[in-house]
Design a protein around this ligand. Structure first.
Ligand code: CO
Length: 470
């Protein structure tokens, strides 16, 4: 066994992305972020996660903001810190596999607008779904980090994790992240996993967890002792619960040890002071639900991410079948087994969750089957770690064709078509990418943007004429 060198631990700050995505439905606005970016930039973080995931969709759909503009504004104020985004493999930030040309163009534009580190993952850990994005990031001289959604099950042995880590290194990734979206990684398991990974690959290992099950900071402690290179934390006002362990807590924990971050506590305090009123505001408006802030031990028992639990609750409410909650929770692992023991992360978490609801509410397993379940069972999301349950597959898709190739091989290049469809709204090159991801939402946003501009032009004209609007 190699001796693990003890070195200062690095931190990725998630307050501008995962923290508010997990706690307040991704509703932090650019205006709320900008006044504090310069201070965040002085901390000395390994990186600042600020883009991707659900932020893109939420900006366009709910906040009526251009996500590209947000990225450029943050970049402007963060002169020293690397900016990081989350990227869903071939699905980019959307829900279907895109043509390779769109994936490449998105990566290129993300980096051109200020992203340094792209964290790329696939819900099935099918590495073929990551290849195009990783290669594109390499080509654009960005940092390509491959994230592995962490899950439990017979197939997920230490050997599975170390083998796949080796493949990722060979693929040309610059680092690996263990993405524990449900908070399933327990402290002593973290010791084993990180030790094994550090012995297998040379590229840095980062750990991402959520506090949902209450073990997050203990898991980080053991992972750091085992040699993990970077941990993901959120400033305390938007930490814990369904978000990450708190930055200040981890910084204090390692003070005076070889893992000391050296961050300025006073500066962190000022940053926390800035975010605390935003938290109070969110609590008052109901945007921040106190239910998301405690320990939810069900995530450990049923092995499902916190976000999935709340989705199930609302689906059952819509169907007036709230009394079926526990039956559905017990059905989730069975569906997951039938579906090749896949990790539960966007979009597989939604597919398995919805199917479990149908199996219970419909009174018969797989009597009703969603389109997404059929797509998954016919190979259109990629290869699962275990084979599908053949009986279930047959009942759901009958004799339909099952594909085994990389799903995107069946998606032709599509940038030109997309450009033609949205040409009349185009104001910047990046607009076609917003449109590719969320066509209707983007068009609505473009129209809104146009209307705002017309309004502003009118105001300027009035002012020039000496007429001041009240
Ligand atoms: Co996360």
């Amino acid at each position: 066994m190699t001796e693990i060198a003890k070195k200062p631990i690095k931190i990725t700050e998630t307050i501008l992305r995962d923290a508010h995505q997990s706690l307040i439905a991704t509703r932090m606005t650019t205006e709320q972020m900008l006044p504090i970016v310069e201070k965040l930039d002085q901390v000395g973080y390994h990186s600042l996660e600020c883009w991707g995931g659900a932020t893109f969709d939420a900006s366009l759909r709910f906040l009526k903001e251009d996500p590209w503009d947000r990225l450029r504004k943050i970049r402007d104020k963060a002169k020293n810190t690397k900016l990081q985004m989350l990227f869903r493999g071939q699905n980019i930030l959307g829900y279907r596999p895109y043509g390779d040309d769109v994936v490449e163009y998105f990566v290129q534009k993300s980096i051109a607008n200020g992203i340094d580190i792209i964290r790329i993952f696939d819900c099935l850990n099918d590495l073929r779904n990551l290849e195009t994005a990783v290669k594109a990031a390499n080509k654009e001289k960005g940092h390509a980090q491959v994230a592995l959604p962490y899950t439990l099950g017979d197939a997920y042995t230490l050997e599975y994790w170390t083998n796949i880590a080796k493949e990722i290194e060979n693929m040309g990734a610059d680092s690996i992240c263990i993405k524990d979206m449900a908070g399933l990684l327990l402290p002593y398991t973290a010791t084993e996993l990180v030790t094994a990974l550090k012995e297998t690959v040379k590229i840095p290992i980062q750990l991402h967890t959520h506090y949902t099950s209450g073990v997050g900071s203990m898991t980080y402690l053991k992972a750091v002792e085992a040699g993990v290179d970077v941990i993901d934390c959120a400033m305390s006002p938007f930490a814990l619960g369904t978000s990450q362990p708190a930055t200040e807590v981890m910084v204090e924990t390692f003070k005076g040890t070889p893992y000391d971050t050296g961050y300025d506590t006073k500066l962190l305090e000022e940053i926390a002071d800035y975010f605390r009123p935003l938290r109070d505001e969110a609590l008052e408006s109901g945007l921040l639900n106190p239910k998301n802030m405690g320990v939810n031990i069900k995530t450990l028992i049923y092995q499902v991410p916190g976000g999935m639990l709340s989705n199930l609750t609302s689906q059952l409410k819509d169907l007036h079948a709230e009394d079926k909650y526990y039956e559905v929770l017990e059905e989730v692992p069975r569906v997951r087994q039938d579906f090749g023991e896949c990790p539960l992360v966007t979009p597989s978490s939604q597919i398995v969750g919805s199917q479990a609801v149908m199996n219970i509410v419909g009174g018969e397993r797989y009597k009703m089957v969603t389109k997404e379940s059929k797509d998954l069972l016919s190979g259109h999301y990629g290869k699962t770690v275990k084979p599908f349950n053949e009986e279930v597959q047959k009942k759901c898709i009958g004799d339909a064709e099952v594909i085994t190739c990389r799903p995107a091989d069946l998606v032709p290049n599509e940038l030109e078509t997309l450009e033609a469809e949205m040409a009349q709204y185009k104001e910047q090159d990046e607009d076609v990418l917003s449109y590719a991801l969320f066509p209707q939402v983007a068009i609505d946003f473009f129209k809104y943007r146009d209307a705002q501009k017309t309004k502003m032009d009118a105001t300027v004209a009035d002012t020039e004429n000496g007429v001041y609007p009240v």
